[in-house]
Design a protein around this ligand. Structure first.
Ligand SMILES: Nc1ncnc2c1ncn2[C@@H]1O[C@H](COP(=O)(O)OP(=O)(O)O)[C@@H](O)[C@H]1O
Ligand SMILES: [Mg+2]
Length: 415
């Protein structure tokens, strides 16, 4: 049955959104990209759609036994509205909301007997089901859609970023992940941080984009201390591709659009980001183009993507909404050097006329930068251009010689 299949899909979708909202794994991206409001709205839409469809579906075969199901949905929906209301007035956190709703879903089965009495009463009033549209409509209008979203469009202008003596230790960590780092990045500069695994590159980039806050020292954006800038304002400067970026089992459009949620409905911006990320060809080959669901977490028919394709999606997500300052953390980590070389031209396109921080343990990628910083045990130990660092014959020189075999055929990769 088409209808049945549709609401099963919506139900699964709602469950998937719920899991995204409540999982630790996705918490960071939810925060940096301000996705909570949007995901909550998507969850709510899918939930209401399947509830409504289920209602109508069951309504058609209305027999006494069916009444319980309908009543159950209505009651769940009512309760959900109430919880959503609590979230919108910030009495309830989004995580608690997702948790309570999942409990409610698992409980509805066992409270069925009690509900039966109530719902028979309710459903006796057939008009109630007809009014469901109005009911759903009002929720859609009054829902918490704007709650955590960045409002308005446009990015603030970036001029200068300064880190002054910044150190960071993780709880339970001996020593420092980042140790007395001072750097200045000016508008239009492309800076790369190169270093072995564990040298503190990702930690530093998380401090720069504002998601790690309890550091020592100072970070200034356009002269203003991070501690005085609301997180919502700060994050608007940055487009970020995390090393362990999230792979949403949603459409390509959503996967990209999540990079700048308030612009997700602007098809041309999503298309531009897809193009810059080098996804045009891949998207062209997908059955529903940019609206094809990727990954199989909630949709068994979702398209599987390769590591390199996901990587391009992460790049496009970072570029979405044309941020002033890009932070790309190991965007070639999960692909081989050949694919990396193919991707390098897209990086060039991405960082053109922009300020960027490129984090990598690979020379090929680091070479794209105007300035290379070598990180070791949390500290910046060398700094300069590719040529300057080579002539210093220090850490960079050693890394370059150790890795240059990887890029042996790469004649077009140096500027
Ligand atoms: N969440 C964490 N909790 C504790 N220690 C961490 C955590 N993340 C990273 N570290 C430690 O901090 C150091 C720097 O890590 P990281 O910034 O991820 O380095 P890189 O990105 O250069 O590989 C490493 O010693 C790592 O083990
Ligand atoms: Mg890292």
């Amino acid at each position: 049955m088409k209808l049945e299949k549709k609401f099963v899909q919506d139900e699964r979708k709602a469950e998937y959104y719920g899991s995204l909202l409540s999982s630790r794994e996705h918490a960071r991206e939810l925060r940096i990209f301000h996705l909570k409001g949007r995901l909550l709205k998507m969850w709510q839409d899918a939930f209401l759609r399947f509830s409504k469809e289920k209602c109508q579906f069951e309504d058609r075969a209305i027999v006494l036994s069916g009444l319980t199901g309908i009543g159950e949905e209505i009651l769940s929906a009512l309760l959900t509205m109430y919880l959503l209301y609590l979230v919108s007035i910030r009495t309830l956190s989004v995580g608690d909301f997702a948790f309570l709703v999942s409990i409610m879903w698992s409980l509805t089965g066992s409270i069925l007997a009690i509900l039966n009495i109530v719902t028979q009463e309710l459903m006796g009033n057939y008009e109630y089901v007809k009014n469901y549209d109005e009911f759903v409509g009002s929720v859609n209008r009054d829902g918490p859609s704007g709650m955590e979203c960045r409002s308005g469009s446009g990015r603030p202008e970036f001029r200068e970023l300064v880190l002054h003596n910044v150190s960071y230790s993780y709880p339970n960590q001996e020593g420092k992940a980042v140790s007395s780092v001072s750097i200045r990045i000016k508008r239009g500069e492309v800076v790369s941080i190169l270093g072995d695994n564990g040298s503190g590159k990702s930690t530093l980039s998380k401090i720069v984009c504002g998601i790690l806050q309890d550091y020592d020292g100072d970070v200034l954006m356009n002269g203003e201390n991070y501690r005085d800038i609301p997180h919502g304002t700060l994050s608007r400067f940055f487009g970020v591709a995390f090393q362990d970026f999230a792979r949403y089992s949603l459409s390509v459009r959503e996967n990209i659009g999540f990079g700048c949620i308030e612009e997700i409905d602007d098809g041309s911006l999503v298309g531009k980001a897809a193009e810059v990320g080098g996804l045009t060809e891949m998207v062209g080959g997908l059955p529903a183009g940019i609206d094809t669901v990727v990954g199989k977490e909630y949709d068994p028919d979702g398209e599987e993507l390769s590591g390199g394709q996901w990587q391009r999606i992460a790049l496009a997500r970072a570029y979405m909404g044309e941020p002033e300052f890009l932070i790309l953390d190991e965007p070639t980590a999960s692909i081989d050097p050949l694919e990396e070389i193919r991707l390098l031209s897209h990086f060039r396109g991405i960082v053109r006329n922009r300020t960027a921080l490129l984090v990598s343990h690979r020379i090929g990628f680091a070479k794209l930068a105007d300035r290379i910083l070598i990180m070791e045990k949390g500290e910046i130990v060398e700094s300069g251009t590719h040529e300057e660092l080579l002539s210093q014959r220090g850490r960079y020189y050693m890394m370059f010689n150790a890795q240059k075999g990887l890029y042996a055929e790469d004649g077009n990769n140096s500027e």
